[in-house]
Design a protein around this ligand. Structure first.
Ligand SMILES: [Cu+2]
Length: 338
């Protein structure tokens, strides 16, 4: 009993203590996450004190009052008013104290960031990827959220299909993305960098593959990113035969689900990541893959083999039965979408 318990605690401790852990909620990197951590620390301290007090008393009583061989049962006592009052009032006061700061923090982190210059993003959860819609700028992208560092960013959360939950632990707590309802959350990163996150509500087959990444930039770099994303999609140079052929294939096979701004498509059958600037991203498919040719090839060969999905049920991308040559051409085209 004791040995496994200590071993588990040790493992937990080492898991929480390391600096490099990308999703360590106890290592806040922005004011929202820091506020939560500032609440968590004293509550944890209180819990530790209560734990040792209670366990200590239990152990003390076990040894002090244990039955000695042939003794009779000890005198039975019941109803010590002072003790009963004490152990009712003390916990109530502790809980009221914790409750006061918790409620204050809840209200505080639910404040909405307002003002002309505040970046506003609609975040939409899909099975099993994230859509980011920068309505003011007219930018749509996926999985990788770009923000300016040192500024509050206001997120409005929705979901397309089932409940999801947006969680970049170093920047903010979890907030639900619910179909038919808008929830709000603020995130902010102190300094530029990459912050990992994931969907934190079980949402079906590929829940575990619904990751995300927040990339915070210096303001000037962020503005440059916005300007780049606003540019229309590139058209492949006539000399790049593979890319030209890939663009043709894309128009025939892919535009029924994917939008590339400026590329003519039919009716959209199913919402899928906007690919206008795919090649500017560092990850794809719920940030499950690093963006490179070999991963794109694996993906296009047979998406459901790479990521569990139910394409027959409009959840995820189906296997389109592409030939290796078609895949080479499509990748050449996708690589032009900087
Ligand atoms: Cu999800």
């Amino acid at each position: 009993m004791f040995v496994p318990a200590v071993a588990t605690l040790g493992l937990l401790g080492s898991a929480c203590g390391t600096q490099e852990l990308p999703q360590n909620a106890l290592d806040p990197q922005g004011p929202v996450a820091r506020q939560l951590d500032n609440l968590w620390d004293p509550v944890f301290l209180v819990a530790v004190v209560v734990f040792f007090l209670v366990q200590g008393l239990v152990l003390y009583c076990l040894f002090k009052f244990r039955a000695k061989s042939d003794e009779d049962a000890p005198v039975q006592v019941h109803g010590n008013a002072k003790l009963e009052l004490g152990w009712t009032v003390a916990p109530a006061m502790i809980l009221a104290f914790i409750g006061f700061f918790t409620v204050a923090t809840v209200f505080d982190i639910n404040r909405r960031a307002e003002g002309e210059e505040v970046v506003q993003v609609n975040v939409i959860g899909h099975q099993w990827w994230w859509e980011y819609d920068y309505t003011d700028e007219g930018i749509k992208t996926a999985n990788e959220l770009h923000i300016p560092a040192g500024e509050p960013v206001q997120i409005a959360l929705n979901a397309e299909d089932v409940m999801h939950n947006f969680w970049p632990p170093k920047l903010a707590g979890k907030v639900y993305a619910i179909p038919g309802r808008t929830n709000y959350m603020q995130i902010e990163a102190d300094v530029p960098g990459e912050y990992a996150g994931q969907c934190a509500e079980y949402c079906g087959l590929s829940h575990a593959n619904m990751r995300l990444k927040v990339i915070a930039h210096e303001r000037a770099d962020y503005d440059r990113w916005v300007a780049d994303q606003k540019r229309p999609a590139a058209t492949p140079a006539a000399s790049d035969a593979n890319a030209v052929a890939g663009a043709g294939l894309f128009g025939g096979q892919c535009t029924r689900c994917h939008v590339i701004e400026g590329v003519q498509g039919g009716e959209i059958e199913q919402p899928a990541p906007n690919l206008t600037h795919l090649a500017s991203r560092t990850c794809f498919a719920g940030c499950m893959f690093e963006m490179n040719d070999s991963n794109l090839r694996r993906w296009l060969r047979n998406p459901p083999a790479e990521k569990p999905m139910n394409p027959d049920n409009n959840q995820g991308m189906p296997n389109l039965g592409l030939t290796e040559e078609q895949i080479t051409q499509l990748i050449a085209y996708l690589n032009t979408l900087k």
